[in-house]
Design a protein. Sequence first.
Length: 327
Amino acid sequence: MHHDTASELSFAPRFRPFYPGDVQGYSSALDSLVYPGELSVQDSNPRMSLEACRLVGGGLAISFTSTPLAVRHDTALASPGGAGDVLAMIAVEGEGTIDQGGRRLPFRQGDITFRTTRMPSVCTLATPGKLVMLRVPAARFFGIHADLHERFVPSIARADSRMAEAARTHMGHVFPGPVQGTPALAYFSEQSFVSLLAATYCESCESVDDDAAEGKRRERDRWQRLVACIEAHLGDAELSVDAVSKELGISKRLTHRLFELQRTQYGAYLKARRLERAKEELGNRRLDHLSVSEIAYRNGFGDASHFSRCFRSHFGTPPGAYRRSPD
């Protein structure tokens, strides 16, 4: 941030127009107001308009109108404390994309995108358009919820989302033109706008959270189907990962991964479940007519001696002694 440039700006809601006269001049101005980047235009006769103001509570507001262009920010820019600033961008007109942190966010008119100066980014305006950006210190943007910035992800709020609609409406009240209200009015008006943008960011992240939640639901459903399949075939001494995977229609790798997520392995889980069910059957008086060996075979153990050793190791007592013990 070039502090001399910011110090020359009027306070909100009064914008100061810039008249650089050429692409390089606009590029330098955007470097100062947004964060340093490389501007490339897509038109042989580019037309641009730039205005900016300081926010009373800290930060900048920038209004930028242009023919198609791209701005590549190859380096991150953190604030003195290392936290960086939040860039909230309202697409008043036009469409394009924001790329940051491995995410591509295509935006259209009315959408609001969020990125951070802590990471490199690319902003592409694919059509003629008008963008209004707020660059706000993270501490101000998130307030008491500073942890949200530590978990920040670039995101987009679609034009028809309730918070995006509220933010756009309020923007018209915060920046009505050249009229300067009292400092208190200016501060509280812009603070409510910043808070609305922060709420819009949180709402936009719900879709990311929903995706994560959907992934967890799929994992849980797969695990439950996997467990049910194993339970149904505990008596099959040849039950293998390959057989279970084929029955469920998933790869062996995914089957192993599901067990890893439960912090166990296929063989250990299968052995433990066979022993648990054998223990239940040994304690079932209605199955007293079955020998220990028969119960072992019923639960997938091909060798009675091996079953006895595993049972004693797992439960601390031989299967025959367990069966004879009082209830």
